[in-house]
Ligand binder design. Structure first.
Ligand SMILES: NC(=O)NCCC(=O)O
Ligand SMILES: [Zn+2]
Ligand SMILES: [Zn+2]
Length: 469
């Protein structure tokens, strides 16, 4: 008989309900959910199940972070978290599934890129993981490979309207890839910024002697995000493909998305905690410290944050992911000293998403159920993982967090578990913390101790986008 665990005495919070309930786990799955103190729950306790006391805590689904970049090559270096360190940090923060991006480089097949990502992740991960495919070279042979990827559970394809000469695809390649996605059921993901126009502004900024990190925010204009969102929406409409816009930061971009959704198009989007909590003021920090905050799309003026929060409440933004892509300040961000365009783009965050969104619950910005919807259920549905992930129900994977809503702590590089030498939120006090984290029934974090193991996490074959089927 499989090992049994009983999580007893907590407040079960899912995207759909909040109720005092006990959760029985058999092996890797949730076996049953019963009202607190019910005869069924007491019988489990008497039956010898290992008991996790959740009194005074929330019992929530493990977080699903649908946008991470472990070991991603960028700007002549690699993101500093490996699958081992990055998934461990995710677990510490109450995230039990990540979906990372396999990067197809120019001249490479998609098969080779996916194989390379499997090689990095296999045997290394603390928690379960899936892959999206970055289509960086959409030649006809690559497009043919997309159907096989869907069959393998890689059911979403990302393209870039930004980064010319690196990941950039022109509109023709984007349209062809979208047409293929429309045919095979894959979900198109888009980094929507007008990269060609941005490169002109970069050249001009450098020529004018504007070389510091703050110029990164100045050249990546809000209009160049909203223009690209508009174009991506129209291309997807022409192709008849669903579309998911990643890391939305500008209010005008949200307006484009809202318009598309009002028109009945299958357009979805995410934002990330950095756009909700940080701003261009951070990019302007002196002594090159702004480099820590260089990511694309860039941080925006503070007034955009209100628009993003509103869209998270109304549903125009469906998901909060991290876009975790850490580079150390020393030696990596410093590659851009004297030329902001050489600062590797990306920020650390996989460990803090659940807590930063819980803080938003305490601040009255979102409800508790919306917290779980944005961080767990919606990303799971969007990317074909639901109801195996993203909720707590019989048959679901026992990816569960016993969350202490009153535990105050300060975010800091001195205490975080990500493999990066700074915290983007250094000194920020948040209330709420994952106390016990289970990944497929195994306790991987318990009261401040890591009990997981590299290789416990398995590759998850995802289904098609659950918002559409
Ligand atoms: N976002 C970012 O700055 N770096 C990671 C790559 C991407 O998602 O564009
Ligand atoms: Zn991007
Ligand atoms: Zn990204």
């Amino acid at each position: 008989m499989a090992e049994t665990t009983l999580i007893r005495g907590g407040l079960l919070v899912t995207a759909a309900e909040e109720t005092p309930a006990d959760v029985l786990i058999e092996g890797e799955r949730v076996a049953a959910v019963a009202a607190r103190g019910s005869e069924a729950a007491e019988a489990w306790a008497r039956g010898g199940a290992e008991v996790i006391d959740a009194e005074g805590h929330y019992v929530i689904p493990g977080g699903v972070d649908a946008h991470t970049h472990m070991e991603m090559p960028f700007g002549g270096t690699y993101a500093s978290d490996t699958f081992e360190t990055g998934t461990r940090a995710a677990a510490w923060g109450g995230t039990t599934t990540i979906v990372d991006f396999a990067v197809q480089r120019a001249g490479e097949s998609l098969r080779a890129s996916v194989d390379a990502w499997h090689a990095k992740a296999d045997g290394a991960c603390a928690i379960d993981y899936g892959f999206h495919a970055i289509v960086g070279d959409a030649v006809p042979d690559a497009l043919k490979e997309l159907d096989a990827l869907v069959d393998e559970g890689i059911t979403s394809f990302k393209m870039f309207m930004a980064y010319p000469g690196v990941f950039y695809s022109d509109d023709g390649r984007i349209l062809r890839t979208m047409q293929r996605a429309a045919a095979n059921g894959g979900l198109m993901m888009m980094h929507a910024e007008n990269g060609l126009a941005i490169d002109v502004l970069v050249e001009q900024a450098l020529a004018e002697g504007r070389t510091g990190p703050e110029a990164h925010g100045q050249v990546r204009r809000e209009l160049l995000e909203s223009e690209a969102v508009h174009r991506a929406v129209r291309l997807a409409q022409v192709a008849g493909a669903p579309l998911y816009i990643v890391h939305v930061s500008a209010g005008q971009a949200v307006e484009e998305i809202a318009r598309a959704r009002d028109d009945g198009l299958n357009v979805f989007a995410e934002t990330c905690p950095q756009y909700l909590y940080l701003s261009v003021d951070d990019l302007a920090r002196p002594d090159f410290e702004g480099a820590k905050y260089v990511c694309s799309t860039p941080l925006r003026p503070r007034e955009h944050q209100e628009m993003l929060w509103r869209a998270l409440r109304t549903g125009d933004l469906s998901v909060v992911s991290t876009d975790h892509c850490p580079f150390c300040f020393k030696g990596q961000k410093e590659l851009g000293l004297g030329d902001f365009s050489k600062i590797p783009n990306g920020m650390p965050g996989v460990e803090h998403r659940m807590d930063l969104l819980h803080q938003a619950v305490l601040d009255g910005r979102i409800s508790r159920r919306r917290w779980i919807e944005l961080a767990c259920a919606a990303p799971a549905r969007m990317f074909g993982l639901y109801p195996r992930k993203g909720t707590i129900a019989p048959g679901a994977d026992a990816d569960i967090v016993v969350y202490d809503p009153g535990a105050g702590h300060v975010l800091s590089a001195g205490t975080h578990h990500m493999n990066v030498d700074y915290s983007a939120y250094e000194g920020l006090h948040v209330t709420g913390e994952a106390r016990t984290v289970l990944s497929r029934g195994r306790v991987v974090v318990d009261r401040g101790a890591y009990t997981g193991v590299a290789g416990h996490g398995r590759f998850v074959r995802r289904g098609l986008c659950g918002e559409l089927i």
